[in-house]
Design a protein around this ligand. Structure first.
Ligand code: DC
Length: 227
């Protein structure tokens, strides 16, 4: 193996909820022998702590104080990241709807984002990572070796989410409305809104299968690994 091919890349995958980031990031990481880090899980963990400590999602100074007294760890596993909050496994809990909503609210605050970005940079700076999120290619690793922005038609993303969470009946409207509101908040917040990096590969998974998306990302990765 040449020293160039042994280079451990930083791969950023950004995009809205339901675009298929997690699946692509974990499949790609497995193929490359890299670790997949779900940055959203860190916002979720802090949001859970805010719920548990009864800290308002609108109180930026209290949230940043809470963050400074919090340890969040991500442990990649075959089935996504194991999330540890102050040493406690909260992997399931952070996926629940109240935490999902809270994470989106907590993540609008610049000081919270600054704290998260610093932690994420520490975690990924050695390379050999596929980090997924909303601002990885723009803020966390603006010099990432590979940047992908994965999007899909909002209706398709909604349907995928409903299927994933096995939502039926009356709850469908609430889950769909929650996704739309989260999208709106992620895209319009003043600090680091969800936008593609100018040098990201834009992929639309509405019209591409999972395998096709993976293939395009892999082609880009291989082009970066070439001497
Ligand atoms: O990817 P996710 O659905 O687990 O993310 C949860 C929330 O965290 C999402 O609504 C926005 C926020 N987030 C963010 O602001 N920046 C990131 N890099 C990742 C997630």
């Amino acid at each position: 193996m040449t020293s160039t091919s042994a280079r451990k890349l930083i791969i950023a995958i950004d995009g809205p909820a339901g675009a298929g980031k997690s699946t692509i990031a974990s499949r790609l990481a497995r193929k490359l022998g890299y670790v997949n880090l779900e940055s959203g899980a860190m916002y979720r963990a802090l949001a859970l702590k805010a719920i548990e400590w009864d800290v308002s999602f609108d109180d930026e100074p209290a949230l940043i104080n809470l963050a400074h007294n919090t340890r969040i760890q991500l442990e990649p596993t075959m089935g996504g990241n194991r999330v540890l909050l102050d040493g406690r496994d909260v992997s399931q809990r952070v996926r629940e709807p109240d935490v999902t909503e809270a994470a989106s609210r907590v993540s609008v605050h610049p000081a919270v984002r600054q704290w998260m970005v610093a932690r994420q940079q520490e975690m990924g700076c050695g390379g050999g990572v596929v980090m997924e999120g909303r601002d990885i290619g723009t803020k966390v690793f603006p010099a990432a070796d590979v940047k992908v922005f994965l999007d899909a038609d909002p209706v398709v993303r909604e349907q995928r989410r409903l299927l994933q969470q096995n939502v039926r009946g009356a709850a469908v409207h609430a889950v769909a409305a929650e996704l739309r509101e989260r999208d709106r908040r992620d895209r319009t917040r003043a600090t680091s809104p969800l936008v593609p990096a100018s040098d990201a590969l834009l992929l639309d998974s509405t019209t591409l299968s999972e395998d096709e998306v993976l293939q395009r990302v892999e082609e880009l990765v291989q082009s970066k690994l070439k001497p």
